[in-house]
Design a protein around this ligand. Structure first.
Ligand code: UD1
Length: 360
């Protein structure tokens, strides 16, 4: 069986780490890296640390508007798929690379398998929501992380086959957590002590592209009563560079340490030791739950609703008063339920892919 995998962004490299090695035991996989994330700190470091097979093809398509980026990817993917003639195209998550992979494949009449299918925020203003809905309706095999995602797809009457497999990102977090927890050097390098600091990430277009929302984010970070480490994503860095007065406020905020984006192991190490995570990322919300770190989500909704229901995640949007109150609350006591498939999602993805097409 021939599988062509299309990836391009930091979280997709993590997801591929759970699947590629296993998939290559049973299929000929070829990976195409769209180039959506091209900086080494968002791309190469993940391939190195997680042992992902290097991409066979690199399209070098990064930056630009969502439309422009997706269109350039589509144009570049068509001849790649025509040459590779895969039995199935595998895509992950909800980025422009996901949508381009799905549409190019559907147009080439090749079945699409979508990992992390069915996630919904019910906010069509998010580019990711559009990418998810369109990808799911173009897919033949919809591989879901959670029962909530399965229910979303049932409501939308998608045409493809739907399976609950668990979450592939959870596989990787569980596998690498012991290694990350040994990296105490990372905490020393960032000048923080275990259990005493907040880890911050913020990069969603909805939070950083609108100057008024960006100002609210800065005000919230200025109000934090604990030391904090904030690895700044390139999108956020660019928006701050365009608003120097906000950048200066962040530089001056007491106890706040701004850093370059981190590799996977350093991020997991800092997350393991954090008192609380403050984030608008989807993946980090799950990782915090798996590591037993309370999360405050800088949005008014989340696709990973089960972390909220379990009492480990609070939606605070960009409201300092809500965030400060939530920071004081401690998480529920007792064992955390296994919400994401117990570290075996990658195996299930491999088995379902192997069952869907003959080996050539
Ligand atoms: C993308 C995804 C988002 C995901 C995030 C993970 C879409 C619509 N969004 O957002 O869902 O959560 O990746 O990080 O696909 N840039 C660099 N270096 C890079 C890549 C980007 O400097 O390696 C800069 C460029 O100026 C670029 C901007 O960051 O224009 C935004 O990058 P882009 O890939 O468009 O979206 P992300 O914000 O990274």
């Amino acid at each position: 069986m021939r599988v062509t995998t299309v990836i391009g962004n930091r979280p997709q490299f993590v997801k591929a780490a759970a699947v590629s090695g296993r998939l290559r035991e049973v299929a000929d996989e070829m990976t195409i890296h769209t180039g959506q994330h091209y900086d080494d700190e968002l791309s190469a470091v993940f391939f190195d640390e997680l042992g992902i097979p290097p991409p066979e093809r690199e399209l070098g398509i990064g930056s630009g508007t969502n439309t422009d980026q997706t269109a350039r990817m589509l144009a570049a993917l068509a001849p790649e798929l025509a040459a590779a003639r895969p039995d199935v195209v595998l895509v992950y998550g909800d980025t422009n690379s996901t949508l381009a992979g799905a549409v190019a494949s559907a147009q080439a009449a090749v079945p699409v398998a979508h990992v992390e299918a069915g996630m919904r925020s019910f906010d069509r203003a998010m580019p990711e929501e559009l990418n998810r809905v369109l990808t799911d309706h173009a897919s033949s095999l919809l591989l879901c992380s959670t029962p909530a995602a399965v229910a979303n797809l049932e409501r939308e009457s998608v045409l493809g086959e739907v399976h609950l497999v668990g979450d592939v990102m959870a596989d990787v977090a569980l596998a690498f957590a012991p290694l990350a927890q040994e990296r105490s050097r990372t905490l020393v390098e960032h000048g923080v002590e275990a259990g005493e600091y907040v880890l911050v990430t913020a990069h969603r277009a909805g939070n950083v592209d609108d100057p008024a929302r960006l100002e609210r984010l800065v005000a919230l970070l200025e109000a934090l009563p604990f030391p904090a480490v904030f690895p700044v994503h390139p999108r956020t860095r660019a928006r701050l560079a365009a608003a120097p007065e906000l950048a200066e406020r962040l530089e001056r905020a007491s106890g706040l340490r701004l850093t370059r984006p981190l590799g996977y192991l350093d991020f997991l190490a800092l997350l393991s030791g954090a008192r609380t995570l403050l984030t608008d990322s989807g993946g980090a919300q799950k990782e915090a739950y798996l590591l037993g770190v309370p999360c405050l989500t800088l949005r008014d909704r989340t696709e990973w609703i089960e972390t909220v229901e379990a009492g480990w995640n609070t939606l605070v949007d960009l409201d300092p008063a809500t965030a400060l109150a939530a920071l004081e609350r401690r998480p529920p006591s007792g064992e955390r339920t296994d919400l994401y498939g117990g570290g075996r999602a990658g195996e299930r993805v491999r088995d379902l892919l192997a069952a869907c097409a003959p080996r050539r």
